[in-house]
Design a protein around this ligand. Structure first.
Ligand SMILES: C[S@@+](CC[C@H](N)C(=O)[O-])C[C@H]1O[C@@H](n2cnc3c(N)ncnc32)[C@H](O)[C@@H]1O
Length: 392
């Protein structure tokens, strides 16, 4: 039960003020839309939260009878709303991984504003989940202009029901959003509220020339960026990163399961060498070096460990899911670092090659890169779409 002084209208107004203050919600018409959508009406019972008593990363359900549920309904946080695809895998019904959530309001607002929407635009949303973001689109554009697709049948039904209860009847489809919704195309905008490693060409095909696709995009190595792509007359879509957008992956593009140590065979024959590339350089969140390494070394994952003593030493672990791994030991003040590699790929060699290219290109920041999506795949470029970056 909510505490007796819970006033949804007041909490919503405070949230909207907050979103304006942090620069996420600047457009008056989006502000009006936010004021029409009560977030708590889209939050299911239960949500999921980390088990603070154990602190081991497992999640427990938190129902509407818990003040935590109400306290968080109008905070600027994403809330997990499903774990383990609906079947918690832990003991006593505990959950391991969040597989659906209601997104962070400031990120929702930034993404909606990034759509540069005009009245009457027709929008396809990928990843309905709770229906909260769909409700905002309905409030801004009218439900008749909104199509949304969710891969999980239970969630699709729950999202549809929450939208109806709030008074909107957009087209809610249950299916794989990587195919778009061809029967409802063309769209003026496609908004993915789930992250892609490969932008599906169906989204390009189903967007009118001049239309925009806004999607979180990335890979297991680097911070996920928010991409805005414009669809051209030639059937391709081109654009740049416009910010950060931490999101869960499209269901068939999920990250490697398990911990880093599950992918490192400590008994494999090891190749030892030394490197002059400082491992810190390639793990700076949002940097051009991180972006270059992440986009050029397919399937690369990483883990960084600082030494527990005061030495300042650290180890970078790199791995893929096919038996290759590398470790680099950082020592403060050193100019060379020890490297160990195992498996068919030379993962640190790939990183060094990418860093070498990035240094020769005069260390471009992430914002100078862009992406073009064509029928044959996605292509990374630097400064201009014609300046495609060929992998070293
Ligand atoms: C972060 S949630 C979206 C948040 C949502 N827009 C909201 O406001 O509550 C991501 C959703 O994308 C869904 N999803 C994952 N892969 C998908 C796919 N291939 N097609 C459609 N939905 C997908 C997940 O099941 C999950 O519910």
């Amino acid at each position: 039960m909510p505490s007796t002084d819970f006033d949804a209208g007041e909490r919503l107004a405070e949230l909207v003020d907050h979103l304006h203050r942090v620069g996420a919600l600047m457009d008056r018409r989006w502000r009006d839309a936010f004021l029409q959508v009560r977030r708590h009406a889209f939050i299911p019972d239960p949500i999921w939260a980390e088990d603070g008593d154990r602190g081991d990363g497992w999640m427990i359900p938190v129902g509407r009878d818990d003040p935590y549920w109400w306290d968080n309904a109008y905070t600027d946080f994403a809330l997990p709303t499903q774990v383990d695809d609906g079947t918690p895998v832990g003991e006593d019904g505990r959950g391991r991984y969040a597989t659906s959530s209601i997104s962070q309001p400031s990120l929702v607002a930034r993404m909606l504003e990034a759509l540069r929407i005009t009245d009457g635009a027709r929008v396809l949303e990928i990843g309905t989940a709770t229906g909260y973001n769909t409700g905002l689109l309905c409030a801004r554009l009218g439900a008749e202009n909104v199509v949304t697709i969710e891969v999980d049948p239970t969630l699709a039904e729950r999202g549809r029901a929450a939208l109806r209860a709030a008074g909107w009847k957009p087209t809610v489809v249950c299916g794989d959003g990587t195919s778009g919704v061809p029967a409802e195309a063309p769209f003026d905008r496609v908004l993915a509220t789930v992250a892609a490693k490969r932008v599906p060409y169906a989204w390009v095909e189903q967007t009118r020339p001049g239309g925009l696709i806004v999607t979180p995009w990335g890979n297991d190595y680097m911070a996920t960026v928010l991409l805005r792509l414009e669809v051209g007359e030639n059937g391709t879509a081109t654009g740049r990163p416009i910010g950060d957008a931490p999101f869960m992956w499209l269901r068939d593009q999920r990250a490697a399961a398990g911990r880093w140590s599950d992918h490192v065979d400590f008994h494999a024959p090891v190749r030892t060498s030394r490197t002059t590339v400082d491992p810190h350089q390639v793990v700076v969140r949002g940097s051009g070096a991180e972006f270059t390494v992440g986009t050029w070394a397919p399937g690369l994952c990483r883990a960084w460990f600082d030494a527990e003593d005061a030495s300042g030493e650290a180890t970078l672990w790199l791995y893929d899911t096919k038996g290759s791994w590398a470790s680099v030991d950082y020592v403060p003040g050193a100019t060379e670092y020890e490297v160990e590699q195992a498996g068919p790929r030379g993962l640190w060699g790939e990183v060094e090659a990418a860093v070498g290219w990035w240094q020769r290109a005069r260390r471009p920041g992430r914002e100078r890169f862009g992406l073009t999506v064509t029928p044959d795949g996605q292509h990374v470029w630097l400064d201009e779409p014609t300046n495609e970056v060929a992998r070293p």
